[in-house]
Design a protein around this ligand. Structure first.
Ligand code: FES
Ligand code: FES
Length: 183
């Protein structure tokens, strides 16, 4: 049988072997610049940019399809370059300009040429992939990968569409690139 003295010693020994855990996951303070607005947030350090947008800023235009970098539904722009927000930590976007589908239209509500082109060419059906498709399509043009259909298809190949609107999406990019270059 273990005496009371032994129990006390055991407790002290255990406490020394296992110091109280320190919570390094936050919440920590972060400022994100999204669509021209500053957002002060307190986030777990592991929060993805996609979850920060959707769960902490109410910007639900960017979609969570796979959450594993496989579908492109979560595509946004950081500093004008496309990224998969489900694979990007919110902390890594701090101080950089993030653009989501909600930030594409003009202040007066005028659609971005790429948004209008998707409508004109019926480039969606259910629409779930569409925000990611449009953000990728914008980058396709601005990064210079829209010279011909083959280039567009290659660049856009990471954005999956279960409704198979691919031919119409290519047509939309072809239309918008002309307007974007003239803008
Ligand atoms: S949700 Fe990010 S790639 Fe699918
Ligand atoms: S429009 Fe339905 S998944 Fe693309």
């Amino acid at each position: 049988m273990v005496s009371g003295m032994s129990l006390t010693l055991l407790d002290r020994s255990d406490a020394e072997a296992a110091p109280a855990p320190v919570n390094t996951n936050g919440p920590f303070k972060i400022e994100l610049h999204v669509n021209g607005r500053r957002h002060q947030l307190a986030l777990d350090v592991r929060t993805t940019l996609l979850d920060a947008l959707r769960e902490h800023m109410g910007l639900t235009g960017s979609k969570k399809g796979c959450d594993h970098g496989q579908c492109g539904a979560c595509t946004v722009l950081i500093g004008g370059k496309r990224v998969l927000s489900c694979l990007t930590l919110a902390a890594s976007a701090e101080g950089r300009d993030v653009t989501t589908i909600e930030g594409l239209a003009g202040a007066d509500g005028t659609l971005h040429p790429m948004q209008q082109a998707f409508i004109d060419h019926d480039a969606f059906q259910c629409g779930y992939c569409t925000p990611g498709q449009i953000m990728s399509a914008v980058a396709c043009v601005t990064e210079g990968h829209a010279e011909n259909e083959a280039q567009i298809r290659e660049y856009m190949s990471g954005n999956l569409c279960r409704c198979a609107a691919y031919p119409n999406i290519v047509d939309a990019v072809q239309q918008a690139k002309t307007q974007m270059k003239g803008a």
